[in-house]
Ligand binder design. Structure first.
Ligand SMILES: C[S@@+](CC[C@H](N)C(=O)[O-])C[C@H]1O[C@@H](n2cnc3c(N)ncnc32)[C@H](O)[C@@H]1O
Length: 481
């Protein structure tokens, strides 16, 4: 089996693997996964991997062959284009690449929206997935950064154009492998194998696939990997690395029982809970909402929710400030457009967000309350607020509730279906099977709609009667997000 070859390859390169503790096996719907071969205690080391076996722009020899100046000139030190090119180049080297066994074990097909038909993508209307797929940006990077280098370095990439090893299709495959399997692996200066001028740590990253390393390693602490959402270093694309073996573990909300730990010279996968023989060994991807899971990994999580249904407790909905603005403008038709743009510009200058995030807590984001209050302020109040450089207090009142209720109704109308349509579709799935893409799209948009309906209920549909639910127990301020 391919995974045996991979384990052999790893141990032949100074990795370790506890063959008595775990094995990799094919699952029904999660691809391959790791399973315990016997009962395991918390803290058991499953395998270790020397840092030089991770594949990144630091460990691949391509950046130094291209040279730091040219690497930078082509913008390959920013975003993922450089790492994608390294993966393509290593694959093109065949068995002379150190990672040939690893690269041969990776998937070439993905369930992510990047590869969906326009018909399937239409099912995601209203969700934030559509704006974040990043296909155009990836193609832009391919044609503007990668292709010019390919053409200028026949010594490295061959005379052939187009070359099947460096096609746009392969670029997307490698990008999707990174998106769904890479880790943040920060450099230890003593072990860096590539001159840092090629991949400077302080360079702004523009991730072509929109996100930094999607494959989360949680917890802080000197010997553990940083959560990918918290670390500033995540913006440095040189820290994005493919980690053989570690990327064979699946993840599900609340199930994680193993984690990758950073050691000085190697990475170590160890159990974080006791695991029974036969159970799956789960890593964490950082518990993203289903919209992000689908976009990065091509699957969604459905675990029991506190209300008895199924879904992802980490789901969120994004509400754009311009929707709030348009709703407020409708309420104050006598005001001119410059009235709101002046306030919105002030809001942004004072550090206000242009997107508000709502989750299952039914709590109105403080920032959104503050923004609504700003928009609905009378002219004299605005005249007093403007010079103060202080955002309005997030005090929930009837006006706020009623604007929020309108915003939520408008936000709900962005989706192609109602909550009832989606529930009916999923409910009849056993008798009338639906495609995986459709099912995943429905799960994503249903989770978002449930949050919006929760917020609508908590706002009393715009009246004061349910205000307490929305503002929390402290009775005045909406809960902090
Ligand atoms: C890091 S890889 C894990 C190993 C992978 N199953 C394999 O066969 O190589 C991440 C991919 O595994 C699959 N996966 C992981 N967790 C899953 C889950 N809870 N449900 C469905 N698929 C999952 C998805 O295809 C995802 O893109």
């Amino acid at each position: 089996m391919a995974s045996d070859l991979l384990v052999d390859w790893c141990t032949a390169h100074n990795g370790t693997f506890d063959r008595s503790a775990l094995t990799f096996a094919q699952t029904n719907s999660l691809g391959r996964g790791a399973f315990a071969l016997r009962d395991l205690q918390q803290g058991h080391t499953l395998f270790t991997l020397p840092r030089h076996l991770t594949l990144s722009t630091r460990t691949s020899s391509l950046p130094s062959l291209v040279g730091g100046v040219d690497w930078k000139k082509h913008g390959l030190h920013m975003g993922w284009a450089g790492l994608i090119l390294c993966l393509m180049w290593e694959a093109a080297q065949g068995t002379s690449s150190k990672w040939s066994t690893y690269l041969a074990s990776l998937p070439i097909a993905f369930d992510t929206p990047m590869f969906w038909s326009s018909e399937d993508l239409a099912q995601l209307r209203g969700t934030t997935v559509l704006d974040k797929i990043g296909k155009d940006q990836a193609e832009n990077d391919y044609f503007n950064k990668v292709v010019p280098l390919l053409k200028s370095r026949a010594d490295l990439f061959g005379e052939e154009h187009p070359n099947p090893h460096y096609s746009l299709e392969v670029y997307h495959i490698m990008g999707s492998r990174i998106l769904s399997r890479s880790f943040q692996v920060e450099a230890l200066s003593t072990i860096d194998s590539v001159d840092s001028s090629q991949t400077p740590a302080d360079e702004d990253a523009e991730m072509s696939l929109d996100d930094p390393s999607p494959h989360a390693l949680n917890d802080s602490g000197s010997d553990e990997a940083e959560d990918y959402d918290d670390s500033d270093d995540e913006d440095n694309p040189a820290n994005v690395a493919m980690v053989p073996l570690a990327d064979m573990l699946n993840a599900r909300y609340g199930y994680n029982n193993a984690k990758l730990f950073y050691e000085e010279h190697h990475l170590r996968m160890a159990t974080t809970r006791s695991i029974r023989q036969g159970e799956q060994i789960w890593n964490t991807y950082g518990d993203p909402p289903n919209s992000d899971l689908l976009r990065r990994y091509g699957h969604v999580d459905q675990v029991p929710l506190s209300d008895g249904g199924l879904g992802n407790p980490a789901d969120i909905v994004e509400i754009r400030a311009d929707l709030v603005m348009a709703t407020a403008e409708q309420r104050l038709p006598q005001q001119s457009g410059s009235w709101s743009s002046e306030r919105v510009n002030w809001w942004l200058e004072e550090g206000g967000d242009d997107v508000f995030v709502v989750d299952f807590s039914n709590e109105l984001p403080e920032e959104m309350t503050s923004f609504v209050r700003l928009l609905m302020m009378s002219a004299p109040e605005w005249a007093k607020t403007k010079p103060k450089s202080k955002l309005p207090k997030p005090k929930v009142d009837d006006v706020v509730l009623s604007v929020v209720a309108d915003v939520v109704r408008r936000r709900l109308s962005d989706y192609p279906t109602t909550i009832e349509d989606d529930e009916a579709l999923l409910g009849s799935e056993k008798e009338k099977p639906i495609s995986l893409n459709l099912k995943n799209a429905v799960v994503v948009r249903l989770g978002e709609k449930r949050i919006l309906h929760g917020l609508l209920r908590a706002s009393g549909g715009g009246s004061k009667k349910r205000k307490a639910d929305l503002t929390g127990a402290d009775g005045g301020r909406a809960g902090k997000r």
